[in-house]
Design a protein around this ligand. Sequence first.
Ligand code: SF4
Length: 313
Amino acid sequence: MKQNYKYIFGPVPSRRFGLSLGIDLLGSKICSMDCIYCEVGRTSNLTMKRDEYVPAGEVLDELRNFLETNSEKPDYITFSGMGEPTLHSGIGYIIDRIHEMTDIPVCVLTNSTTITNEEVFNALLRADVVVPSLDALNSNSIKKLNKPVEGLDFTKIVEKLSEFKKAFKGRLLIEILFVKGINDNESELEVLTKAVNIIHPDGLQIHTVARPSMSGHADPVSDEFLEYARNYFSISSSKIDDFNKINKNNFITDEDLIVSLLKVRSCHFQEILDSTGITEVKLKKLLDGLNNKGEIRKINFNDITYYKITGSK
Ligand code: SF4
């Protein structure tokens, strides 16, 4: 029997990984950064403290239930959610149990800050794909863009990512998000290129703000700048993922999963339709119902209306 989900959401229509079933290991906005472009919202607990923020057993029960009640499989199971997933002290254990449960590859999106912690380093080795983000390395840009906890040593973080790449059997993709007026400059491109050359990832994901920020104001850079940045990195272009391809699929899902998805990220009408089995009529009814109850917020971004559950961090 299907249950109401608290920790899993989606499947998220991901431009990177096709249909990605998300797992939130935090329950509220807990992160070591407070990025101005964050789609989730402002960080309420800015911390490097690792803890069992949500019960690992309950997360695994939900996932088991999802896999048993949905015949179609997502392309990836992705740890992302409300904040920095590696702050959950049981992430390595949870990844191991998922591998026992299914052959769906496990992906972890991380902001890189915890990679210097040996437990996190070892936990991430158990994933199939790890995507650490590295938006800026000049301290002024980092402070404006990512607003991390005090005392992080980004030189050490880059060294650890390089060490991780050597030990990791999966795919390591470095993600860089450019925001207009902050990290879209030569000096940042230069230091980021050096870092990429040290880390030697399997690929780069270079992109810009594509959804409304729930945490501040962040403007996207132009397509021309993105193209310029892609050419700047001395890594073969085949290793730079195209961020504009959305894999469409007719995944069977239900309204609860759509609601959980809209708690962690804003989506527009068409992308929900494209990534789920819900009909247009049902989706309209669901969104109207949430709107009438005041539970949903509509945000206009690039002339498109996005929906996000209100009150979710
Ligand atoms: S974008 Fe990621 S790293 Fe930045 S505040 Fe949001 S959850 Fe944290």
